[in-house]
Design a protein around this ligand. Structure first.
Ligand code: ADP
Ligand code: MG
Length: 350
């Protein structure tokens, strides 16, 4: 069963600009958590606003729980969609208490059911002791819990969250990631959350969609996105990626750091660019080694090194904090790619 089905959704704010969202399609299963990840201006908020009905698309279809919300003939307004929304700035009502904020969307219920629902929600987000406080008397994390409780109280089929963690400081953010994830799973809520932070997307989401200039470049599990990026943009956006020239031979892809297994679909003789992640590169200290350490960043549990190869190309390498290589030292490079990712070279390099 599909809870949310989006097909070819397109929105252009001005005829002179590229579409803010361009032919966007996505299906979500009940209970699934999907992250939309992309740089600023890539269309993430526009996607959420179109799904929620705050914006009318130029083309495309949105179906929620089997009901058509948007198509050529139909436009259901936000209040008829059964969608909850959590905004970056929480948008709590400052003159209402925590309890009143959470009860806001429940005016249609009789007082008994409403009270029951509100108290259950406050319990779920751990705010029962704060029920009578006003938003300005709460910390950022607590305000966010109120926003979450308010959005979830009407039991929406779908919850949309727009950069919900970006106003929190780092340790609060880590705690809220876990809490929000646990609550969504507990309630079985289908959710789409928007972020520009790749780690956040990987930690919380079942699937991650990468937006670039209004286009969905890839949709897949965090592992697929990281290990098998479909485009160079995705490769670079979800982690550090260096690209080395290679040539497809009978033995595999020949590169400066050795011959790597070929990937399906690349023709013999092709000139390619092979993606190298820092966690795929081992450095063995060796005065005769072909690589020279350029920089070393000590980061506590690990080191991030940049080494220069004979060709002049530089690549990054993650090494344990116990490694004793320093700038100017030479090393042998051993590649351990989990999956080789290579793209046809955009221009010949030989
Ligand atoms: P993101 O949330 O990924 O940062 P947005 O969806 O907010 O991106 O914006 C995508 C593009 O659409 C941007 O180029 C932005 O300037 C443009 N845009 C968004 N909303 C409007 C609007 N109401 N009017 C005109 N342009 C808009
Ligand atoms: Mg945005």
């Amino acid at each position: 069963m599909i809870l949310l089905s989006i097909a070819h959704l397109t929105k252009r704010f001005s005829p002179h600009d590229l579409p803010a969202l361009d032919d966007f399609s996505l299906d979500a299963e009940p209970g699934e958590i999907i992250a939309l990840l992309g740089p600023s201006g890539s269309g993430k908020t526009t996607a959420l606003r179109l799904i929620a009905g705050f914006e009318k698309p130029d083309a495309g279809v949105v179906v929620i729980s089997g009901k058509t919300m948007t198509d050529r003939k139909t436009f259901v307004p936000p209040e008829g969609r059964g969608v909850g929304m959590v905004f970056q700035e929480y948008a709590l009502f400052p003159h209402l208490t925590v309890e009143e904020n959470v009860a806001f969307g429940l005016r249609a219920l009789d007082p008994g059911t409403r009270g029951h629902r509100v108290h259950g929600m406050l319990e779920t987000v751990g705010l029962t002791p704060f029920a009578g406080r006003y938003p300005h008397e709460l910390s950022g994390g607590q305000q966010q819990r109120v926003a979450l409780a308010r959005a979830l109280a009407p039991r929406p089929a779908l919850l949309l969250l727009d950069e919900p963690f970006s106003n929190l400081d780092a340790d609060m953010m880590v705690q809220m990631h876990l809490e929000v994830y646990t609550i969504l799973r507990e309630l079985g809520t289908t959710a789409i959350f928007v972020t520009h932070d790749q780690e956040e997307a990987f930690m919380i989401a079942d699937r991650v969609g990468i937006l670039n200039q209004g286009r969905l470049e890839q949709l897949g599990s965090p592992e697929e996105i990281y290990h098998r990026p479909a485009t160079r943009f995705v490769a670079r956006f979800v982690g550090k990626a260096d690209f080395l020239p290679g040539r497809v031979t009978d033995e595999g892809i020949a590169t400066e750091i050795g011959t790597l297994p070929n990937t399906p679909g690349l023709p013999g003789g092709a000139q390619v660019e092979v993606m190298i992640r820092p966690d795929h590169i081992e450095l063995i200290p060796d005065p005769m080694g072909s690589a020279m350490v350029v920089t070393r960043q000590f980061r506590g549990p690990d080191n991030l090194l940049v080494v220069q190869l004979r060709s002049g190309a530089t690549i990054h390498s993650h090494q344990p904090s116990t490694l004793t290589l320093h700038p100017g030292d030479r090393a042998k490079v051993v590649a351990h790619p989990t999956h080789v990712v290579a793209f046809l070279a955009t221009r010949p390099w030989l």
